[in-house]
Design a protein around this ligand. Structure first.
Ligand code: SAH
Length: 350
């Protein structure tokens, strides 16, 4: 069997230097190559004009150069939000979103093609996991969008399709390359990783002591309710998830964000708010309320405006720091995984 070709965009500078010197070139070529990939965001090896032509040819023969192809873009007329559908080398597809916030331009990326966590309200879970993404495939979502927009991306959230802590090693490498000085040099503080609560990997991540924000998808104030919404809750008890979040804060000093999607009649009562506040008491955290994005195949509905506001007020009454997620791109397929899913369905029908 032929050995897999090295994926150069997933290599760090040290590995790239070893690779380049092994090919008989001077080490400074590695820095040039690194910059072409991660700073100039080159779409192909051919663009790297200050590298010797013979070396470029050699790279093309012996390496994989990950560069995602834009399959479709949906642009919101309302707020500049853009959803991108990207095609991977093997025919898989992933989606990413560009959003404009006051704090800076933000890209939301996918960490897997599909997802195996099976959350009951999520479009990405419907067809299961196809495969993990490579670090280069995560990075290139940011790169292609920055190249398309010609505006600096300052914030990245790993909140698209997939469970980032189910692709832990690639996630860590992605984070390190994303924040590298020689690359886009995005501040760790401007990066958020959202997880459904894979406890051992939250702890491993905490031990890395990065300055990224951890967002925890809570969605329910009790073990019983959470299990009904998220199968992963059966594997990791709510109590242990919350302990892991406290550990994350201890190790990193970073306040944890709890995501709480509101489903009418399921988790939006005053009692739910009271219990939620109790679970989070004494914790340095922030709650982000997200009215559910209805997904065609699922029958969850968002609460009425008054119920949403009173849930927020109730939490505030108990001293919880809480915001309602600003809805962006509501005129385009906004819910996670919907663009990818619709595209795949259409392709199957034709
Ligand atoms: N696997 C990661 C990232 C998932 S998507 C995680 O579980 O955190 C980011 C957030 O959107 C998660 O909190 C997820 O639970 C939530 N989400 C998924 N589908 C949704 C929907 N239809 N409506 C509202 N929130 C949804």
């Amino acid at each position: 069997m032929q050995a897999e070709k090295p994926d150069i965009k997933s290599m760090n500078l040290e590995e790239l230097t070893a690779f380049v010197t092994e090919a008989g070139l001077k080490p400074f070529r590695a820095r040039q190559l690194y910059r072409w990939m991660h700073r100039q965001l080159a779409d192909s090896i051919d663009e790297m004009t200050n590298l010797p032509a013979a070396f470029r040819e050699q790279l093309k023969q012996s390496c994989t150069y990950t560069s995602l192809r834009m399959k479709q873009i949906q642009a919101s007329e309302q707020d500049g939000t853009r959803k991108y559908l990207f095609l991977l080398e093997d025919g898989n597809m992933v989606e990413s979103v560009f959003m404009r916030y006051k704090t800076g331009n933000t890209v939301c990326i996918s960490s897997q093609a599909g997802c195996r966590m099976g959350c009951k309200f999520c479009a990405s879970a419907i067809n299961g996991l196809s495969r993990n993404l490579l670090p280069s495939e995560m990075l290139d979502q940011v790169y292609r969008i920055q190249a398309d927009r010609k505006e600096r991306i300052s914030h990245v959230v790993v909140m698209g399709t997939g469970e980032p802590l189910d692709n832990y090693d690639s996630l860590l490498r992605f984070l390190s390359l994303l924040c590298q000085e020689e690359g886009l040099h995005i501040s760790q503080r401007n990066v958020t990783v959202s997880t459904c609560g894979i406890v051992p990997n939250i702890r491993r991540l905490a031990d890395q002591r990065l300055q990224i924000t951890l967002a925890l998808s809570l969605h329910a104030p009790s073990q019983g309710k959470r299990e009904k919404l998220m199968p992963i809750a059966k594997r990791y008890a709510l109590e242990d998830v919350l302990l892991a979040c406290r550990y994350y804060f201890e190790k990193t000093g970073r306040r944890v964000t709890f995501e709480y999607s509101l489903f009418a009649g399921v988790n939006d009562t005053p009692e739910d708010a009271r219990l939620l506040a109790k679970q989070l008491s004494g914790m340095s955290c922030h709650v982000n309320l997200i009215p559910v994005n209805p997904v065609r195949e699922r029958d969850f509905m968002p609460p009425k405006r008054e119920a949403l506001l009173s849930f927020k007020k109730n939490l505030e009454k108990y001293g919880i720091n809480v915001t309602i997620r600003r809805e962006l791109g509501s005129d385009i397929d906004a819910a996670c995984g919907q663009l990818r899913k619709r595209y795949m369905e259409r392709r199957c029908m034709t």
